[in-house]
Write a protein that binds this ligand. Structure first.
Ligand SMILES: *Cc1c(COP(=O)(O)O)cnc(C)c1O
Ligand code: SF4
Length: 436
């Protein structure tokens, strides 16, 4: 299948768009796509979106900009500039102002840049002891963009390739010097946007380095959801599957971390065939997604998705909270509601799907899970714990927050029974140490 990509400049040439969207709806897309990234492809258009009623379709909402993603005043600012026929330059300046208000750098990402022998690994992040994240330079884009993406600043150019890295040698040197690292996670963007030939330039040196403590190679990707032809008909599809097999044959656990947001992404013949091909290589596919208003904020969607994933031989892994950046005001689900949906879905599925963890916030102190709401002496409290902590010893200790039905993120919560959360003092020290 030929890969055809559409952006804000070209989406009006899509026949389904011409047929199904009104002038007003096109204008909304024009306005919002000035601020947020927009890219979609022919697989998403032809096979995933139901064009009978696109504005209600979860995959349309997953990929097309929507009016509500901008707050009214910001929408109006851009809309009036377009109506006046303002220059691209002027529009871009205002768009950048709006972007800067949308917390483009959440969750302390400026910390955790690893360093070895005086060399900084600007394309890597080592936050949790056992896992290092690696952002290969050529993998910093995707087959389409998710409207809610927390990496949006890099796709609109205000964060260009901030984390990206080219030198695999320094990475190997670093992993060798850190025996606690068992997992290397390739992430992006989407690392599988890279041609196999390029991906090999990263993976083969790692295989050849024979690092005894490195056990798992993970690839975080949305290729199955957005472009399953990557494993079927792309000219280097077989070469990619052979590379997977080589990693497995070398004795590594190859963990394919698949990003799926809705069960509709699991229904095409193409995705199901691609899943089989990946599994045949010996790779294990685990799945993850944020919980998103307007896209998947119902227990039925999650239960159906997890069941279908298990049915197709995949392992449900994480449910995330929408991060505190970009259009969180539009996509975010409050913690209490997210937990209700999680629990409601979790109840409905077999133990094989209860491998999933969440809802979890990837925040500065770590991955914090909303464990639930409890009542003590007739008063409601929220219970949370760490799934991953900047200090590994924080993991698995339940802690309490005052009940807040509307809170969407840890920094909106107030500690209960104490004036601070148990980790706050130590976190402050750890961050100071890192910044020094
Ligand atoms: C999620 C995450 C990991 C991996 O955590 P697991 O719980 O082992 O999947 C590693 N590094 C960072 C920064 C993360 O956010
Ligand atoms: S595939 Fe991942 S990185 Fe790419 S746009 Fe979607 S959420 Fe963002």
């Amino acid at each position: 299948m030929q890969y055809r990509v559409y952006t804000a400049k070209s989406y009006k040439t899509i026949p389904q768009v011409q047929k199904s969207l009104t002038e007003e709806q096109l204008f909304d897309i024009d306005v919002v796509s000035k601020v947020f990234p927009f890219k979609v492809n022919n697989y998403v258009i032809d096979k995933l979106i139901n064009w009978e009623n696109p504005l209600e379709d979860p995959i349309f909402r997953l990929t097309f900009p929507q009016r509500g993603m901008l707050k009214d005043e910001d929408y109006e600012r851009i809309a009036s500039l377009i109506r006046e026929g303002a220059s691209e330059e002027k529009i871009k300046a205002v768009a950048n102002e709006i972007r800067m208000k949308l917390n483009p750098h959440p969750a302390g990402q400026k910390y955790n840049v690893p360093e070895i022998n005086g060399k900084k690994l600007h394309g890597a992040q080592h936050k949790y002891k056992e896992t290092i994240l690696f952002f290969p330079k050529q993998g910093q884009t995707c087959h389409a963009y998710c409207s809610f993406c927390f990496r949006w600043p890099q796709f609109v150019g205000i964060d260009e390739l901030k984390f990206a890295m080219k030198e695999v040698d320094i990475l190997i040197e670093y992993i060798k010097a850190h025996p606690e690292i068992t997992d290397l996670l390739f992430t992006g963007g989407d690392p599988l946007i890279m041609k196999t030939k390029i991906l090999k330039q990263y993976i083969e040196p790692i295989l050849e380095a024979n690092i005894p403590h490195l056990q798992t190679i993970r690839i975080g990707t949305k290729a199955l959801g957005f472009w399953p032809y990557r494993f079927l008909t792309d000219d280097d599809a077989q070469e990619l599957l052979d590379l997977f097999k080589k990693i497995v044959d070398k004795g590594y656990h190859l963990a394919y971390m698949a990003h799926f947001n809705h069960y509709k992404e699991l229904e095409t013949d193409e995705v199901q065939e691609a899943i089989s091909k990946i599994r045949e290589t010996g790779a294990v596919i685990r799945t993850q997604s944020p919980i998103l208003r307007h896209i998947n904020d119902s227990a039925e969607v999650w239960a159906t998705m997890w069941k279908k994933q298990v049915d197709l031989g995949m392992i449900p892994y994480y449910m995330f909270m929408a991060r505190d950046t970009g259009a969180q005001h539009y996509f975010g689900v409050p913690l209490v509601k997210a937990w209700e949906i999680f629990r409601d879905a979790y109840k409905q599925v077999s133990g094989l799907a209860r491998t999933v963890k969440g809802p979890s916030m990837s925040a500065t102190p770590g991955k914090i899970r909303m464990l639930g709401v409890t009542e003590i002496n007739g008063k409601k409290y929220m219970v949370l714990d760490f799934l991953q902590g900047r200090n590994p010893d924080w993991v698995g200790k339940p802690f309490f927050a005052e009940y807040d039905e509307n809170a969407m993120w840890i920094d909106e919560l107030k500690p209960a029974f104490s004036d601070k959360f148990f980790f706050e003092d130590e976190l402050e020290k750890l961050l100071k140490k890192e910044a020094a």
